[in-house]
Each structure stands twice: as structure tokens, then as C-alpha cells.
Design a protein around this ligand. Structure first.
Ligand code: GLU
Length: 291
């Protein structure tokens, strides 16, 4: 079976050179391996994703010379599938609703920090400080019946106890040079959110399900997602999904050494195109061989 690669951008802004690098690297690796290249649009966040950004992504990728096979998969069109997965995890007793708002969570973290440092996840966000897991069934039922918003959180300790220790095959490198067989450390993320009352999935859940459904065998993406792989491996094990190999690649930095990002308004490919730069020049700038 030929290997299957994918590029999976979120249409919440314009693509920049970091995305171009990831997309071109996927494309080059797929071609060199005689593999397939798929495109997935990760548009679960209805408040930030917009059709005009998706149109710009498709146009940028074509301009770069990228081709993909088959239909583009849009996550927003598969909410029912994600719902089925959360139902399954709930039935396994691994999810619980947590009703704290973001502001309440921030307050709880501040409170806990008065007693000493509160643990943070690999992205630097504080772990869930609440105790919704321990709500009595009556209180939980009461809150659910009140229509209060909630997040569905994974009971991390119970999930890990169910599947034991896990690892993944890394063909690239982590932030500290981790490569080869990398032990997954999902506990570092605490009780992650897998869905919300009005959103049937989180990034972690959707990515694990879609990579499996699309038959992806090679996940090639930025090193900023290296430790998120721990959660993806855990979800694969819980939901009996096959595990792809991973290649986390270097990040493209700006002149000041910061990772390019949409929120920091990195120069978009659209602007670069407008300034007259050509796709071969983009490849050269990114240190990629000619197409
Ligand atoms: N949608 C994610 C992003 O644009 C990438 C997810 C992935 O490659 O797993 O950053």
C-alpha cells in the first residue's frame, strides 16, 4: 500500500511561509515515496474559520504547485462522527462534563498558585484545576438539566489506566531532539477538553479520527505539535484506531527568531505573491530543493 500524507490547515487566517514549508514538505515526501497526498480543512471553530480563508488556502496551494488527491475533507461536515466517538468514550466512563467558565478556571488557577506553582501543559497553559470529576451524580444531573454550558473533559488518569503506556514512531525530531520511538506522555496535558456542549469535538479528537478515516500513514507537521501527539496516541488506543508514523519538522522563524503565526500577522503568501515572488524562489527561501 502506498503511504498516505496529508496537509491539514485551519481556515482561520491566511497561510504564511510556515504553512508553505509544511505543505511543500508533505508534497515532496509523498512524491518521493510514491505516496498519496490529501488535503483536509480543519474548520471546527465556527467563530474563527471563514470560507474566504479556505478559498485563499486552495488558491495559495495551487499557486505553489501542490496537487492533492480526491475530495477536500472538511471537518465541519463530519460532526456526527465526532459525536459518536464522544458517546463511545462517555460509555467507557472516560468523559465528564465540567461547568466552569474560562474566567472561573483562571480564578481557580490563581487560587492554587498561592500554595505553589500549578502545573502547565506542554503549550504552557495551566492544567484543569477544577473538581468536576468528583461532582455527585445528582449535582451533575442538576447542572446538565439547567442548560448550563460545559466542556467534556477526558479523565486522563482513567484513560491511561485503561491503555497503559504508549509510544509513537518519530521520523523527525522533537524540541529536545526526541526521535525514533518516543514515549507518549499524555498525563502532561491533564484532563483535556475533547468536546463542548455546542461543539462536538476538539482539535485532538478530530485529528485522531480523521487521520484514521483518511487512511493517513505519515503525519508530517510542525514541531509545535510534537507533544500533542501524546494525546493523539492515547485517543487512537482508546478508540482502536491505527497509528500513523510522525515527522515533526522545524519551524520557520521570522528575523527576530519567533515562530511565524497568524496571530502575529506573519507576512501572508497572498502578500508575497503580490510582491512578485515566484514559487521556485519560495522553495529556495525555505531551503527546499527545486520541484
Ligand atoms: N490544523 C492544524 C494547524 O493548522 C494542523 C493540525 C495537524 O497537522 O495535525 O495548525
Amino acid at each position: 500500500m502506498p503511504p498516505v500524507f496529508r496537509f491539514a490547515p485551519s481556515p482561520n487566517g491566511l497561510l504564511h511561509l510556515g504553512h508553505a514549508f509544511s505543505a511543500l514538505l508533505n508534497f515532496d515526501l509523498a512524491r518521493a515515496a510514491g505516496g498519496r497526498m490529501l488535503l483536509r480543512i480543519e474548520d471546527i471553530d465556527a467563530t474563527r474559520c471563514r470560507p474566504e480563508f479556505e478559498a485563499a488556502i486552495l488558491s495559495d496551494l495551487s499557486w505553489l504547485g501542490l496537487r492533492w488527491e480526491g475530495e477536500v475533507r472538511r471537518q465541519s461536515e463530519h460532526f456526527e462522527l465526532y459525536r459518536q466517538a464522544t458517546t463511545r468514550l462517555s460509555e467507557m466512563g472516560l468523559l465528564y462534563p465540567a461547568f466552569e467558565s474560562r474566567a472561573e478556571i483562571a480564578r481557580l488557577v490563581m487560587q492554587r498558585e498561592q500554595a505553589g506553582p500549578w502545573p502547565r501543559d506542554p503549550d504552557g497553559a495551566p492544567l484543569y484545576p477544577g473538581d468536576a470529576r468528583a461532582l455527585t451524580p445528582d449535582r451533575r444531573a442538576q447542572l446538565l438539566a439547567s442548560g448550563a454550558p460545559y466542556a467534556l473533559r477526558l479523565d486522563m488518569a482513567a484513560a491511561i489506566a485503561r491503555v497503559g503506556s504508549l509510544s509513537w514512531r518519530e521520523r523527525g525530531e522533537g524540541p529536545h531532539g526526541e526521535t525514533g520511538t518516543v514515549p507518549a506522555q499524555p498525563q502532561a496535558w491533564g484532563d483535556v477538553v475533547l468536546a463542548r456542549k455546542d461543539t462536538p469535538t476538539s482539535y485532538h479528537l478530530a485529528v485522531a479520527i480523521d487521520d484514521a478515516l483518511q487512511g493517513v500513514t505519515e503525519v508530517v507537521r510542525g514541531r509545535d505539535l510534537f507533544w500533542a501527539t501524546s494525546v493523539h496516541r492515547l485517543l487512537q488506543a482508546l478508540l482502536d484506531l491505527p497509528q500513523p508514523a510522525y515527522r515533526h519538522h522545524r519551524l520557520i522563524l521570522d528575523v527576530a527568531g519567533h515562530k511565524l503565526s497568524k496571530s502575529m500577522r506573519a507576512t501572508s503568501l497572498v502578500e508575497l505573491r503580490g510582491s512578485g515572488i515566484t514559487p521556485p524562489a519560495i522553495r529556495r527561501q525555505l531551503g527546499l530543493p527545486p520541484a
